[in-house]
Design a protein around this ligand. Structure first.
Ligand code: OGA
Ligand code: MN
Length: 293
């Protein structure tokens, strides 16, 4: 059965059927998926039901080294998965019960509800992320994606000029501090952060805004001045016309390009309902980093 892509949401999202992600390998089908990701930025694969190993193998086939979710080490004594390439996006404790309200793992994970791009606090940062849904709540718990290419293209020319050469510092301690989750000095030293351009050229030839909750300040600009620029850009880029909300069904796999999007989780009844998603992220090793005029 040939791969079938149904675009929706203004060329931002495509739903792809007629493919079993366990059989992709590194050939023409893999290239087709990368082309779709260049074109659409978010690609939804319904009814895949991948095992963790399948998900890791598919991420490796997409290319680049994988992101090892160091962040979870801040709060997890014992990760739920042996393979650290799998990020635990669930409200489960390692004993299989739902996390308590004040559990540090829950407090840490709440920052996923801020608009962000995965692993932007490292160099290389995240390129593709894929979430696979094992258990979903009866309501809520959507993941929203914002198209930062369309958002860039709609900025006034004067703003595009103003931000063209700016670089931001991204730090995971910053996104956590936004919600009052403080890193210790030792944890800060473990996650020193990274600097990236605010405006990026993508393989498709389009341009995007690269911002989000980890972006703490703009380099070489007074902190409040840079931070208000980041706030204004993020507010602009997350207006509803740029946003797609994914309603999870068990078995769904959603892949997105972190270079061209921001995303965030939405609330659900975390204290009473289970939500178990697994994430694997590839790293953006051959970063196309030049600022644009
Ligand atoms: C992630 C993430 C949001 C969600 O897995 O990187 O931000 O909806 N998830 O759980
Ligand atoms: Mn994320």
């Amino acid at each position: 059965m040939p791969l079938f892509a149904r675009p929706f949401h203004e060329g931002f999202v495509a739903e792809v059927t007629g493919i079993d992600l366990r059989t992709v390998g590194t050939g023409a089908v893999r290239d087709q998926i990368v082309d779709l990701l260049d074109q659409y930025a978010v690609v939804v694969f319904p009814r895949q039901s991948l095992f963790d190993d399948d998900q890791v193998a598919f991420a490796r086939a997409l290319g680049g080294p994988l992101h090892y979710g160091q962040g979870n080490k801040v709060v997890e004594n014992k990760p739920r998965f042996a393979d650290q390439a799998i990020s635990d996006i669930s409200n489960l404790a390692d004993d299989g019960t739902l996390l308590d309200r004040a559990d540090p793992k829950r407090m840490y994970a709440l920052a996923n509800r801020l608009w962000h791009t995965d692993a932007s606090f490292q160099d290389p940062p995240g390129r593709y992320s894929m979430l696979s849904a094992k258990v979903v709540p009866s309501s809520g718990g959507q993941t929203e994606f914002a198209d930062t290419r369309a958002a860039y293209e709609e900025l006034p020319a004067s703003t595009r000029r103003d931000v063209a050469r700016l670089r931001a510092h991204h730090n995971v301690a910053h996104s956590r501090a936004t919600l009052g989750f403080a890193f210790t000095d030792e944890q800060r030293a473990q996650f020193p952060g990274a600097d990236h351009p605010i405006v990026r050229k993508l393989p498709s030839g389009r341009t995007s805004l690269y911002i989000g909750a980890h972006a703490s300040h703009v380099l070489d600009v007074p902190i409040p001045e840079g931070r208000i620029v980041l706030h204004d850009l993020a507010w602009h880029a997350t207006q509803s016309r740029f946003v797609y909300a994914h309603e999870w069904k068990v078995g769904d796999v959603v892949i997105w390009d972190n270079r061209a999007t921001m995303h965030r989780g939405r609330p659900y009844d975390e204290l009473h309902e289970l939500r178990d998603l697994r994430r694997v992220t590839t790293l953006d090793t051959d970063l196309v980093a030049e600022a644009v005029a």
